[in-house]
Design a protein. Structure first.
Length: 168
């Protein structure tokens, strides 16, 4: 059966079914950008405490932003088959969402290279959300991390992607 008749396949599985790192050596370099989001849902009092800068451990939002950026830079150490990348930009934004109540975390990762940065954006969001939980767990163990997903990506052979679904 030819590859065309088999349909889509997992890129990190070799012909014999074993996990394998993708060879990106023959891919063209291009600018690649990915955006991701996630949410930390919490009690209204917890959100007010964080927004007021009154959390015992300090600046929850500032520390979570730095943690997300650092995590993106180390994604290859956390996800076994990811390539080590020379990221040119990582941005993490954390905004209050009173309707949740909670915080929305977004991340953008960018580079010019041969492989995408989706995992770096998703890792940044995940670790930023975990850091928020860690810094506020003393006052709210009911917090939930939810809705971590890829919002958009551009560049590379597979082209552009933009999520059409609303927040989860």
């Amino acid at each position: 059966m030819s590859e065309a008749t088999r349909g889509p396949r997992l890129t990190h599985i070799d012909a014999s079914g074993k996990a394998a790192m993708v060879d990106v050596g023959d891919k063209a370099e291009s600018e690649r950008v990915a955006e991701a989001e996630g949410f930390v849902v919490m009690r209204p009092e917890t959100l007010a405490l964080i927004e007021g800068g009154e959390a015992k451990k300090g600046d929850v939002v500032g520390v979570a932003r730095i943690a997300g950026i650092m995590a993106a830079k180390r994604t290859h150490e956390l996800i076994p088959l990811c390539h080590a990348l020379m990221l040119s930009k990582v941005g993490v934004e954390i905004t209050p969402e009173p309707a949740l109540p909670g915080l929305r975390v977004t991340a953008m990762a960018k580079l010019t290279g041969r492989t995408g940065v989706e995992m770096e954006a998703l890792t940044a969001v995940s670790v930023a959300c975990l850091t928020i939980y860690d810094m506020a767990k003393a006052v709210d163990r009911t917090m939930e991390i939810t809705g971590i997903r890829l919002l958009a990506k551009s560049g590379g052979r597979s082209g552009d992607f933009r999520s059409e679904a609303g927040p989860t």
